[in-house]
Design a protein around this ligand. Structure first.
Ligand code: PLP
Length: 384
């Protein structure tokens, strides 16, 4: 009975063109890409064509793309590769990273004695690059900087070119979790000097369980999952052929129509911002997520104190609105958001709700959500 799906930062609906491309694979290609016979070669060709098409759109050599099961695996792989293959002994990161990075860096700290340092954020939630520079200039320990391109909860964006300049000046390796921006922002890896980037197909209308890790071609790193030597030994395991084809198709569609999709999504977000301001006086936006220079798919609203505040996401769900109170990656558990806490936006008296949009979001979706928000956050005299 969902009337409006506004949780696209958690995952997006699969594009019909992607479903069709994947169905064709499931129905016509059954070979194992590692088999040398005809059906195997056919599957292998699909994997390699997909790799080439993604690499072309990113301006990088195809061998730099290692297919994975998605963003979490790619983030883990980048961090483990930096420690195990590059000899990194210090990781500079942020407490507002996705749990995949927070937990992988903590594991490197606890299990392998790597020093983990957290960079400061400005009051508006953005990363304090001057603090990063201070940290990097203070030590010559081999260092990986792991900072996400755009935050999945509040939408603050790091300028990757500036990040790269700061890190390279101080000889640090760079990993950026680009899970929320791949397929939504142009990226030219012929010009951008970074070591590891990560991608997840289901954030731009591709299938769940497919993604990739980009590894700078100058690096020699080992695999995280060992096995049959697939992905040039970077990732053992029979390839998810249909998933990879779906990922490449979704990537293709995202890049081909990026400008028009962005314009549409921005218009939806602006309608939501204006409507929320009208419906709930006193609403504010965590991370200044209403700003044009924030991730354009995400809006994080903080509502004034209200008896329904603690149940806001639940009550909106009852009204048929799918949105979220934080990252969706903890099996729907409402533990509160580590990101809002880390950035100083958490307020126990005020509900924060993330609305996130896609190219399929309509004006009717926004209006329906605004009606539901007005109902949930109705004037207190009516609510009690
Ligand atoms: N990184 C960020 C910023 C994300 O938003 C997500 C998904 O929510 C992930 C990593 C994990 O990606 P996946 O769901 O493909 O494992």
């Amino acid at each position: 009975m969902t009337h409006a799906y506004l949780d696209n930062a958690a995952t997006t609906p699969v594009a019909p063109e992607v479903v069709q491309a994947m169905m064709e694979v499931y129905q016509t290609v059954h070979g194992n890409p590692s088999s040398t016979h005809g059906p195997g070669r056919k599957a292998k060709a699909l994997v390699e064509t997909s790799r080439r098409s993604i690499a072309k759109l990113l301006g990088c050599p195809p061998r730099t793309i290692c297919f994975t099961s998605g963003g979490t695996e790619a983030d883990n792989h980048a961090i483990q590769a930096a420690v195990n293959s590059l000899g990194v002994r210090r990781i500079v990161t942020s407490e507002a990273e996705h749990s995949a990075v927070v937990k992988a860096t903590n594991a490197a700290g606890e299990g392998q004695g790597v020093e983990v340092v957290h960079v400061k954020h400005h009051e508006d939630g953005s990363v304090d690059l001057a603090d990063l520079e201070r940290i990097l200039s203070g030590s010559n320990v081999p260092t990986l900087v792991s900072l996400m391109h755009a935050n999945n909860e509040v939408g603050v964006v790091v300028d990757l070119k500036r990040l790269s300049d700061v890190c390279r000046t101080h000889g640090a390796w760079i990993h950026s979790d680009t899970v929320q921006t791949m397929g939504h922002y142009p990226m030219n890896l012929g010009e951008l000097d970074v070591d590891f980037l990560t991608c997840s197909a289901h954030k731009f209308h591709g299938p769940k369980g497919a993604g990739f890790l980009y590894v700078n071609p100058t690096l020699r790193v080992g695999g995280m999952i060992v096995g049959g030597g697939q992905e040039r030994t970077l990732r053992g395991g029979t390839e998810n052929v249909a998933g990879i084809v779906g990922l490449a198709k979704a990537f293709d569609l995202a890049f081909e129509h990026m400008t028009e999709h962005e314009a549409h999504i921005r218009a939806m977000k602006e309608r939501m911002v204006a409507g929320l301001r009208r419906a709930v006086p006193g609403v504010v936006f965590n991370g200044e997520s209403d700003r044009a220079d924030r991730l354009y798919t995400v809006l994080n609203a903080k509502f004034p104190p209200h008896p329904n505040g603690g149940m806001a996401v639940f009550l909106l769900d009852l009204e048929g609105i799918a949105c979220s109170g934080g990252s969706a990656c903890s099996s729907g558990a409402t533990l509160g958001s580590h990101v809002l806490r880390a950035l100083g936006f958490h307020d126990p008296d005020k509900a924060s709700v993330r609305f996130s949009f896609s190219r399929y979001t309509t004006e009717a979706d926004i209006d329906c959500a605004l009606e539901a928000v007005a109902k949930v956050f109705a004037a207190v005299e009516e609510a009690v």
